[in-house]
Design a protein. Structure first.
Lengths: 248, 267
């Protein structure tokens, strides 16, 4: 599997020059789509992902409605041009699985019981994939939910850890994901101290797993901070806009 | 997994029992239901197995074909895992293409087998870049009484260990099937251990009613070298890092028990 490409150089730096515990540069914007009730856009390295939330709204088909809470629905989708070789537009088995795990990552954060008989629909569109898209999608979707004004117990911040050339590294890019020995996406609700998404591909000893989990949580905490800044930035921008309007 | 309704009073009973370290069916928190593994139950399949996990029943079959290798792995055979929740297995299952639960199950089982390199795929190549063995591992749930994942992973492993590959010979650039068979080359024995989080306690091998009331599920795949080879959290709840670390420790012990059932069966 590995060995073909050297993923860690003699200085201990990664293929894109990062240190093992370093995230890629992250740009987050909240409220980017006017039709959606909430939306967010994230660029993390070369990965670009958009998330939108519609709801709480009337649910179709009606028989799916629950009398004591809202249902959360999630569609994770990759654009045909987001990957090297065109991806057929129909949802793949991978996308169906990821839609499920992302939904389950967000469910514990949302006060669904506040909106009986409705649905809250999350749409995640991966525009360009360079590793970590399920995590970026989860992070963006949590922001879109918050942007839609849906009451939440906490934000959900997600980040992958992996093992490449025997070293545990944070926030894998595509090559590290494909050539590495392990990939473990984690979603975390930092204020609650709870993990809501955990998957792993590859092999890790228990010790490595323990370290990897801690590294992932550190990554999630950094992303959590950026999430909060991005949410605040939207309202600061609105405030400034209102103030300039009032002055003129 | 499904939405069979468990009454509130029953829910409370399950929670209370588990809080005091017991379960409704008399098991301990880290105890599996009785497991029975039968191999070679379908003669037409190259490999097959049936697993009974309490009342949960799953059957796995392996069919072998010849096909082209993937361009990025020209000298390796390939395999796919599929699963179907048959309507005869539960009042909740409906005919039709696999839903997200069946897809998730198949992909978790696939991950355990793939990441542990259970099948020696390099030995499944006949002509590099042209002809390789292609394995289809198909899992059918026949009776759903909870924890289909562990039953399926066990059935898939047992079916693989039971798989006989038809021997082909190359004659003047052509490939001919002989009447001989050889065992499938297997390098590793991954098994999965699934937990349900019920009232902040992690219980092993949840049965149907426990799955109904659990907040979250965690599946840990462990290989023969005691390494973790796949993880999957499921369900709409969350887990603390501590719960996860403890569960992984328990899984490493339980995996040995499960593996003995299949590997022991071989002898």
């Amino acid at each position: 599997m590995s060995g073909k490409v050297k993923l860690i150089n003699e200085n201990g730096l990664r293929i894109d020059g990062r240190r093992p515990n370093e995230l890629r540069p992250i740009k987050i914007e909240v409220g980017v789509l006017s039709n959606a009730d909430g939306s967010a856009y994230i660029e993390q390295g070369k990965s670009k992902t958009l998330a939108a939330v519609y709801g709480p709204r009337e649910l179709h088909p009606r028989h799916l409605a629950l009398s004591d809470r809202a249902i959360l629905r999630c569609r994770y989708h990759m654009a045909t041009f987001s990957v090297e070789e065109r991806k057929p537009p129909a949802p793949t088995r991978r996308e169906i699985e990821l839609s499920k795990v992302i939904r389950e990552a967000l469910e514990p954060a949302v006060f669904l019981e506040k909106f009986p008989r409705t649905s809250i629909d999350i749409f995640i569109e991966v525009l360009q994939a360079d590793g970590g898209t399920r995590c970026i999608g989860t992070t963006a979707a949590a922001l879109a939910l918050a942007d839609a004004g849906i009451p939440m117990r906490d934000l959900v911040a997600a980040c992958a850890v992996g093992k490449v050339d025997g070293v545990l590294v944070l926030d894998l890019n595509d090559i590290e994901d494909k050539e590495g020995e392990a990939d473990m996406p984690v979603a975390y609700m930092p204020s609650l101290g709870q993990i809501s998404l955990l998957q792993m591909n590859g092999t890790l000893t228990y010790e490595e797993f323990n370290q990897a989990l801690n590294l992932a949580l550190e990554g999630c905490k950094q992303i959590y901070k950026l999430q909060k800044e991005a949410l605040k930035a939207k309202y600061v921008a609105i405030k400034e806009e209102v103030e300039t309007c009032l002055q003129s | 997994m499904s939405s069979i309704i468990t009454s509130r009073i029953r829910q409370r009973q399950i929670y209370q029992m588990i809080a005091s370290g017991k379960r409704l069916d008399g098991r301990g928190l880290t105890e599996y239901r009785p497991i029975k593994v039968e191999m070679g139950i379908i003669e037409r399949a190259e490999g097959s197995a049936r697993v009974l996990l309490g009342k949960t029943e799953v059957i796995a079959g392996v069919k072998v074909e010849l096909g082209e290798p993937f361009p990025d792995r020209p000298s390796e055979g390939s395999f796919t895992v599929n699963s179907e929740f048959m309507p005869l297995a539960s009042p909740e299952f409906e005919p039709g293409p696999p839903d997200e639960n069946a897809i998730e199950l198949a992909r978790v089982v696939d991950r355990g087998i793939r990441e542990s390199h259970a099948i020696d795929l390099e030995k499944l190549c006949l002509i590099p870049g042209k002809k390789v063995y292609v394995l289809f591992i198909d899992i059918y749930a026949l009776n759903h009484d909870g924890n289909l994942i562990d039953a399926s992973a066990l059935a898939a492993l047992a079916a693989l260990m039971n798989t006989k590959l038809p021997v082909y010979v190359a004659e003047g650039g052509e490939i001919k099937k002989t009447s001989e068979y050889m065992p499938l080359p297997i390098k590793n024995y991954p098994v999965t251990v699934t937990f349900a989080n019920i009232g902040d306690k992690m219980v092993v091998d949840p049965w149907l009613e426990e799955e109904e009331v659990m907040s979250a599920r965690l599946t840990v795949a462990v290989d023969k070298d005691d390494k973790i080879c796949a993880l999957q959290k499921g369900g709409g709840g969350a887990l603390t890092p501590q719960q996860i670390l403890e569960a992984v420790q328990i899984a490493r012990e339980k995996a040995k028990e499960l593996r003995r059932l299949v590997v022991g069966n071989l002898g």
